[in-house]
Design a protein around this ligand. Structure first.
Ligand SMILES: C[S@@+](CC[C@H](N)C(=O)[O-])C[C@H]1O[C@@H](n2cnc3c(N)ncnc32)[C@H](O)[C@@H]1O
Length: 216
């Protein structure tokens, strides 16, 4: 299950035509639901988008902050070359264990790794793995501005940085929701991404806003 489950006829057409999940990834989502994981992963549209980006840029080293059940990571690991590496950071031990199991059964054992703990505590330990070619931020919203700083530290010119949920279901621009910590974090993140002179950035508004930047 992903954030986007009620599709319009056009969205359904696009999903069927360009972004169909394969049975193994669909099965991952079914297992995640059975295991009681929240249905807050990206959808196949974003998974395919991440794959295209990885292949377009020739990315070999990818960092994901927020794995949940490993769905977005599975899309990315599939796009990586045999000697590529995906490191996922995940707070929740149960999510991390589920992700490890899924990635192993999909055959990604050699090229994926999950590190457990609050990302702000695990990020400092990644200095030897940097720079990354692509960094996907999809975790706790109030910490996105700090994650962006880490992403910049762990980048090189050409690194692609992405952050999901810059819309927050419209909350980013809803005057009644500006006191919410997650909304404030995402708004700060969006403003940093959009204005940072070290980045060339844009946003894909659909379905909940993926901010995307390339490091100059
Ligand atoms: C939206 S889900 C990630 C979805 C996943 N990227 C996907 O699309 O398949 C957010 C994940 O971030 C994790 N998370 C929350 N706070 C975190 C933190 N401080 N450090 C690392 N992970 C965190 C949550 O446990 C959850 O699994």
């Amino acid at each position: 299950m992903s954030q986007l489950s009620n599709l319009s006829p056009y969205e359904q057409f696009l999903r069927d035509t360009f972004h169909a999940d394969d049975p193994a990834l669909e099965q991952l989502q079914v297992q995640a639901e059975k295991a009681g994981l929240p249905a807050i992963s990206i959808g196949p549209e974003q998974g395919k988008f991440l794959q295209v980006l990885i292949q377009l840029t020739g990315a070999r080293k990818v960092l994901e902050i927020g794995c949940l059940g490993g769905y977005s990571g599975a899309w990315m690991a599939r796009a990586l070359p045999a000697d590529g590496k995906l490191i996922g950071l995940e707070l929740d031990e149960k999510h991390a264990a589920f992700t490890r199991g899924q990635w192993a059964s999909l055959g990604f054992d050699g090229k994926t790794e999950v590190r457990v703990g609050p990302a702000l505590e695990t990020l400092p330990g990644l200095a030897d793995e940097a720079p990354f070619d692509l960094i996907f931020i999809d975790a706790d919203k109030n910490n996105y501005p700090a994650y962006l700083e880490w992403a910049l530290r762990y980048s090189r010119p050409g690194t692609v940085i992405l952050g999901d949920n810059v819309s927050m279901g419209g909350g980013l621009v809803d005057p009644d929701r500006q006191q919410n910590g997650g909304i404030r974090g995402m708004r700060n993140f969006a403003e940093q991404m959009g204005r940072d002179e070290r980045l060339v950035s844009t946003v894909i508004p659909y379905p909940d806003g993926i901010a995307m930047a390339v490091v100059k």
